[in-house]
Design a protein around this ligand. Sequence first.
Ligand code: FAD
Length: 650
Amino acid sequence: MPDKRLPDAAQHVIIGGGIVGCSVAYHLTRMGCRDVVLLEQGQLSCGTTWHAAGLVGQLRSHPAMTDLIRYSTELYAGLEAETGLGTGWKRCGSVTVARSEDRMTMLKRTAASARAQGVEVEVISPAEAQEKWPVMQVGDLRGAIWMPGDGKANPTDLTQSPASGARSRGARIIEGVQVTDILTDNGAVSGVVTDRGTIRAEVVVNCAGQWARKLGLMCGVDVPMHSAEHLYIVTEKMEGVHPDLPVMRDPDGYIYFKEETGGLVMGGFEPEAKPWGMDGIPDRFFFQLLPDNWDQFEILMDNALVRVPQLAEAGVRQFYNGPESFTPDNNYILGEAPNLRNFFVGAGFNSMGIASAGGAGRALAEWIVEGAPTSDLFAVDIRRFAGFNNNPAWLHDRVKETLGLHYAMPWPNRELETARPFRRSPLYDRLAAKHAVFGSKMGWERANFFASDAAGARIDYGFGRQNWHDAVGAEHRAVREGVALFDQTSFAKLLVQGRDACAQLNRICAADIDVAPGRTVYTGLLNPRGGYESDLTVLRLGRDRFMLITGSAQAVHDSDWITRNLDEGMHVVLTDVTSAWSVLALMGPKSRDVLESLSKTDFGNAAFPFGTHREIGVGYATVLANRMTYVGELGWELISAQRIHGWRLR
Ligand SMILES: Cc1cc2nc3c(=O)[nH]c(=O)nc-3n(C[C@H](O)[C@H](O)[C@H](O)COP(=O)(O)OP(=O)(O)OC[C@H]3O[C@@H](n4cnc5c(N)ncnc54)[C@H](O)[C@@H]3O)c2cc1C
């Protein structure tokens, strides 16, 4: 009997009955949580999950993500025995082929790192690949890898099975209920409003798939994602195609294949995706598809005909154009919202939700129960994004690139190209005029290297020596033997102020930061497991005033870590002043000489020792100079901060 009654209160409310929400419910109950309610506006799997192709491939660019999928394969293999509901899971293995030498190098590299993680993988020849996948022609191939542990599943059944497991341990799964608002109280989530009443909740988990961004906006939480069309076809029966046929990926042609009822599923990840849902995702987009889009599919079809020529004669049984949500970096979004306690997100699965849901659901359940991630999940941590990432126009342009990243060459040091330039320092144009080649971190444009001329101002990706090798060599030499100026404006700057700031920070930081004003301390932020959450410098500006300078990518994460670890009722205010303050670092053995030629300050060791800071004049500019270094040589950071009232209080 379907559960229809809505409770007034629950410990855990999960929004969304796709594969991810059901996996979270399953794992929460497996960890002993009994008061779990899952709300689904339509029916289980009706959103994106039902039309997934069902490939479960373990190899991902980040080890943590590979590891979670490895767990998924174990889970999917055992669910039927546990719940009695089939999942369609078949450990059919997968073949990934290389058309170019570079791709083969990449496959060998990924194979090596997968092996190190305990994932079974074998490098094979084109002929061996053809033995495993006889339907393809291999004349143009350089080699392949074989992963026996990969598989495929039926996404709808794979959703019902953990849902049933969760139900059997007490979870309530209620379909036909739409969450219309999220309730908050004093910085924490306190419940959900639905079209059938309100439920008070201690923890709310946003697993709403493509709708997750909208649910986030209801309570001020950024869940940066944008939908794009995602396409595959299913053919009529084809000769040589049988249920045990492995999954086959041909990333140089952007395509994948798997068997389905004697025909082939053929889909892919074209280099330029087509965004969808610019006016919002319709509420009742249940078991629906978008119109066929053969124009968008053309590049995939052309490549598929190269690999499987007999496709030209095969009839197409169905065209699937299903929208899916993609994030700015092609990694999904997991974890507790930095600005709303007990509000968790598991969404933005970039067309790997079926493969990832088992592991991601367990990781999120552990995060909820333990209060922190139980392994290094920064690659998918919601705190890697900031508010500016949630701008819809920016997301629209970025998502065109994100989808294609699945099969694009993951070159070392690869930079994303779309929706840039984005955050810029005041010196951006001057650096560009000096042939800077920019990379992007936390949205900031940062000079990766300076080419000697305009023609060289580009990155030639490759696995061998990089085209920037000599340019970076010259920069390195300048820093060791002379002096160099670094634009460090992107570094995150957090101002921590208040009566209790010193005592609280001193507990949160590993080193003693209760030093005299004017001193700078390099320290770590440690977690209870003895792990590093961050490392940063702490400048004591005054008795109750500190500036923390941390990594560009760490602004949201570190702000969250510090504020969540403040004791109740303490008088401490943290403000992210990154965009307001620019920083130039002058480093190298001659940095003192340069500064002395520009300033009347005594920069000698006795007058200006390491780990101290003070206000100085440099020409007409008044800056906060911090004697610090990141390069193993003498150096100062020059921080063009607006003066904070009383910062010279000593
Ligand atoms: C064409 C295509 C092929 C794919 N192939 C693969 C594949 O081979 N392998 C793979 O790993 N992944 C694949 N995917 C991706 C996979 O389908 C998704 O990543 C996955 O289904 C996402 O699951 P989810 O639970 O996050 O979202 P969904 O399945 O969309 O679930 C979210 C649910 O939340 C509900 N909801 C939303 N708002 C509310 C609200 N306010 N109140 C109550 N309920 C709400 C929705 O109705 C929906 O059912 C494919 C995707 C597409 C589009």
